[in-house]
Design a protein around this ligand. Structure first.
Ligand code: ADP
Ligand code: MG
Length: 141
């Protein structure tokens, strides 16, 4: 298990995103955890931009999953499990198949579905430091 951490503001997200894509693109399942408003969706928007997604990237809080496709046909599933009450709701929407698809799965509030997750995941844990700065802890299993 390796750990790495970064402190960043809004203008520094892009360089971290580039670092992650460069170093960890063999990981397809990326877990985003941290309190409401910490910047999970903001970070995923930047990741998608860097992966050449041109469609709108927005929090799928109500739909639970959004699907994006990049200019070079990379498929990305963006989940937000904040509102689910039980893991069975994730299974009902075919979460297993999404995980097995080999496509990117960016998962906000993955802690809500922890028992459904595979072993090989990239964990991104966010903390608020102050109004503009955030801390990102990367845990690689
Ligand atoms: N360093 C930063 N990284 C990400 N978001 C930041 C940062 N500093 C301030 N923010 C702000 O915090 C909010 C994060 O919201 P959002 O990405 O929706 O959070 P979450 O998805 O974790 O609930 C946005 O309003 C964003 O502009
Ligand atoms: Mg969000």
């Amino acid at each position: 298990m390796t750990n790495k951490s970064f402190i960043f503001n809004l203008y520094e997200i892009n360089s971290i995103v580039r670092f992650l894509i460069l170093n960890y693109s063999d990981y397809k399942i990326w877990l985003f955890n941290g309190s409401m408003g910490v910047g999970k969706t903001t970070f995923i928007k930047e990741l998608c931009k860097e992966l050449n997604v041109i469609s709108l990237v927005n929090s799928p809080t109500f739909s639970v999953v959004n699907e994006y496709i990049s200019l070079d046909n990379i498929v990305i599933y963006h989940f937000d499990f904040y509102r689910i009450k039980h893991e069975s709701e994730a299974l009902d929407l075919g979460f297993d198949e999404y995980l097995d698809s080999g496509n990117y799965c960016f998962i906000e509030w993955s802690s809500m579905v922890s028992s459904l997750l595979p072993h090989k995941v990239l964990k991104l844990n966010f903390e608020v430091l102050d109004n503009l700065s955030r801390k990102l802890n990367i845990v690689i299993s």
